[in-house]
Design a protein around this ligand. Structure first.
Ligand code: PGA
Length: 251
């Protein structure tokens, strides 16, 4: 999709393992176009249908929640980046904390996934975030710096210009506990300074999204912060009226 920029906010729905095929059309047709990037990541088996259904109408762009760190071969149950590319998907998510925690993904495999998608010019959302224990131990910045540096190992500036970051404190995901706007801004600012060390001015254009219990009622306050350029939204992206309200309130 080309290089990313921070001109308009990004509201990315991560549907996780939710939604039936019979729900898709109603969702798509009730989305109101807004002055932001409106992206949805459905389950892998629904990618083709969603891409076809949104092709000629509506504002939605469609991307994947995960892909394999290997290109092809004997990896039962995995999805290859080449198939993501063949579907002409608009973006890919890598390193979500549920993948890290429940499926043992490491910074090394996340780095491989990110390079595979960026090499194919697919905008890639890299997810980062600390656990509650890490926050209480006061090591949030160290954890974040380590995740960024390892995930971006051998990623060139050209590849990096396709990357978006999603800061998602693990303690805020699906818990109803949102980071306060200032807690989020503090980490976003730290992420931007770390990226600036690695990529210089290129990082001025890198969108940094916040994720973790974003809903219509807190979107405006969060999006008002200087380094918050959008949101990665789980639960509240499943209902089109909530998603529409976030896109409207977050502008
Ligand atoms: P949530 O999920 O909005 O339900 O907290 C966010 C995410 O996991 O991306």
């Amino acid at each position: 999709m080309g290089n990313v920029n921070r001109e308009r906010p990004y509201f990315v729905g991560n549907w996780k393992m939710n939604k039936a095929f019979s729900d898709l059309e109603q969702f798509i047709t009730s989305i109101k176009s807004a002055d932001c990037n409106q992206w949805i990541a459905p389950q892998t088996v629904q990618l083709h249908s969603m891409k076809e259904m949104t092709k000629n109408h509506g504002p939605l762009k469609i991307g994947s929640q995960n892909h394999s760190h290997e290109l092809s071969g004997a990896f039962t149950g995995e999805t290859s980046i080449e198939q993501i590319q063949e579907l002409n998907l608009d973006f890919a998510i890598v390193g979500h904390s549920e993948r890290r925690q429940l499926f043992n993904e490491t910074d090394e495999t996340i780095n491989k996934k990110l390079r595979l998608s960026c090499e194919r010019q697919i905008n890639t959302i890299l997810c980062l975030g600390e656990t509650l224990d890490q926050r209480e131990e006061n090591i949030t910045f160290d954890v974040i710096a380590n995740q960024i540096k390892k995930a971006l190992l051998n990623v060139t500036s050209e590849m990096f210009s396709q990357v978006l970051i999603a800061y998602e404190p693990v303690w805020a995901i699906g818990t109803g506990k949102t980071a306060t706007p200032s807690q989020a801004q503090e980490v976003h600012e730290y992420i931007r300074s770390t990226m600036r060390e690695l990529y210089g001015d290129v990082s001025n254009n890198t969108p940094i999204l916040y994720g973790g219990s974003v809903k219509p009622s807190n979107a405006r306050e969060l999006m008002g912060m200087k380094d918050i350029d959008g949101a990665l939204i789980g639960g509240a992206s499943l209902a089109s009226n909530d998603y529409n309200a976030i896109c409207k309130n977050g502008l």
